[in-house]
Design a protein around this ligand. Sequence first.
Ligand code: NAD
Length: 364
Amino acid sequence: MKIFEKMAEYDYEQIVFCHDSSVNLKTIIVIHDTTLGPALGGCRMRIYPAEEDAITDCLRLARGMTYKAAATGLNLGGGKAVIIADPKEDKSEEFWRSYGKFVNSLNGRYITAEDMGTSVEDMEIILQETPFVTGISKAHGGSGDPSTFTALGLVQGIKACVGKVFGSTSLKEMKIAVQGLGKVGYNLCKLLHKEGVKLIVSDYFQDRVDKVKKEFDAESVDKDEIYSVKCDVFSPCAIGAIINDDTIPQLKCPIIAGSANNQLAEPRHGDKLHEMGILYAPDYVINAGGLINVYNELTKYSEERATNMVLKIYDNIKKVVEISKRDDIPTYIAADRMAEERIAKIRGLEILSKIDGSKIRLGY
Ligand code: NAD
């Protein structure tokens, strides 16, 4: 892999390779962009087929964090860490302390957090070595599980979309199909039920489906039928890549707005939705409630402040839709443009869009 070529492709600032043989730690920390603030992003722990895959994953995820923070209006840059190890076998106190020392050595340019394969408990060990860690429990002055905030942000984003499509933000009597009833999906159903929404749900686990049916008067469908439910909003809250060649022809909804990361299997699927007139709320803008919550840990955590910031996801989604209409571009590109414009303004530069090479117009 030609590392500097890769870094130049999307303007990466720094890649740090860290190794501690005494605890078998191999980690890569990528700092993509710190224009808006320190690079915050989770630490992913997994076994990669090859080291090159770990680098590629970390580069992609770090850049995604730059866009997410910028589009959300946070004073954060984008970064990410990956640890090449087995989360079931390789964790120990010494291991996390060693990782924490490496994070600390970056003096706050990178702030770590939980991600796939890492937990609140791991973050609390890291906290012994560095203050540059978020996603810790309430008992340690952190914010705890972010999923209620993610769900609250989703409701705001859904309302913004419904307002654009139907002319009113009221969700009363709307039919919303929710895929995935885990931490976010369950909390979303709870909030939507209070708004008078008719829910149609699916999950792998029947007990989760039964609970939501009982508590929120939902209907359920088989997990493969959720795509073809005729509804006002389809809300994917399970896994990525569910907007793809197989599912798009089945869709019978004017809006897609859910929490799952990387919903579009490929960018062209976002183009297709745009062509079909389906309003897609870009995942990283609508699901930013959790990030907003951990951002608030960086200053003395206040639930009220975090909540008020999460409510602004409504405005962010509205802005994305406006840019999409103004420039006749799919919403996923509009979101990237919104993020790039903010970074460009702070840098005082007019940058070229990395999406389509067009000049960004400043001054929104
Ligand atoms: P979770 O693991 O608690 O729940 C996911 C649920 O989806 C599980 O109940 C699982 O059984 C179900 N599921 C998986 N595949 C399915 C399928 N094909 N059909 C139906 N159900 C299926 O995860 P979560 O924390 O609720 O997160 C949901 C999604 O939102 C993930 O993509 C996550 O990356 C993203 N996200 C979560 C947060 C957060 O605050 N938790 C923040 C941002 C993004």
